[in-house]
Design a protein around this ligand. Sequence first.
Ligand code: UD1
Length: 387
Amino acid sequence: MKVVSVVGARPNFMKIAPFARAVARYNAKAPGQGGQPIDHCLVHTGQHYDVQMSEGFFKALNIPSPTVNLEIGSGTHAEQVGRTMIAFEKVVKDFQPDWVVVVGDVNATCACSITAKKEVVKLAHIEAGLRSFDLAMPEEINRMVTDRLSDMLFTTDELADANLRSEGVPDEKIRRVGNVMIDTLFANREKAARLTLGEIAERHALKGHAGAFDANNLAPGTFAVLTMHRPSNVDDRGVMGRMAGFLVDEVSRELAIAWPIHPRTMARLKEFGLWEKVAACPGVALLEPVGYHEMLKLNMDCRLMLTDSGGLQEECCVLGTPCLTLRSNTERPVTLTEHGGVSVLVGNDIEKIRAGYAEMKEKPRRPHAPPLWDGRTAERIVAALVG
Ligand code: UD1
């Protein structure tokens, strides 16, 4: 059987790592058990291309080098999707796969799904059925298009199954397998635990920036981690201004803040004239985008997470880290406190964020792994594909 799998941007890498490993493990056993090995072609669309945003993850997570890199780079959504479709069509025509496997919800996911189906190739989506019901999010469009086209939909939880059913997806296409991100978390948490916070702060301090932060001030239980990259948060001058004020004038006086900063966010802070204020704050550790193990260590040791990332909400859920989700909706409701998780939605309204912060900063850790978030999801996916 020939399978093409696709990655494009940072959140895809931790999802494809366990899949690639499960394929390799299956191939090591298959011939002895009368099965046919899987001919696996891993395609990187190149949407994320910086070493810290891409290459570093391949190394750290032992992902085999991509068979093909489409090198599509940055651009508008139409440019990214269009360039990916043109380049991926050639890969599909050359390789003639039986299945195209896509993960998550980035532009690569959507572009390669459309191309696969136009080439009449079967499509499998890992992390299907997640819905924020917010069409202003490009990821929601990517999720809807991909799920509508998919022949096999691998879901993380029963809420995702329910979304698919309500959209008319027949039961036989839905396979609840758990969460591949959590496979990666379980496989890497011991390695992450061996890192030290001071080293992370020092080694990943933003280059070319004489920060005011002392790396020794990052001690377990005494700091918050912040990540922000969503256009709805970072592209708005007012939101960014209020956020910067809250972080510098309020949070950083109580808790140090470790802030691995996304390229988009840094560019906006500079554009909005907020950079100096944030950079001069002795309570804020401005970091380059950090690697997988570094982020996991920060998450395991912090008091609180503030984030607009979807994946981090899930990791916080399993690690029990109190999580303020800087969004007004989430496609991952299973991580919310009302479903037994640790995350609360506070949007980008500063009053809500302040109230949520006051409530969450004293909360103890409360780990919660939904059913099948057990580290064996990728194995179930490979079994379903060959079955
Ligand atoms: C993308 C995903 C989002 C995911 C996020 C994680 C889509 C629609 N969005 O958003 O779901 O949560 O990745 O990071 O696919 N840039 C660099 N170096 C890189 C990559 C990007 O400097 O390696 C800069 C570029 O200037 C680019 C900007 O970051 O314009 C944004 O990158 P882009 O890939 O367009 O989307 P993200 O905001 O990263």
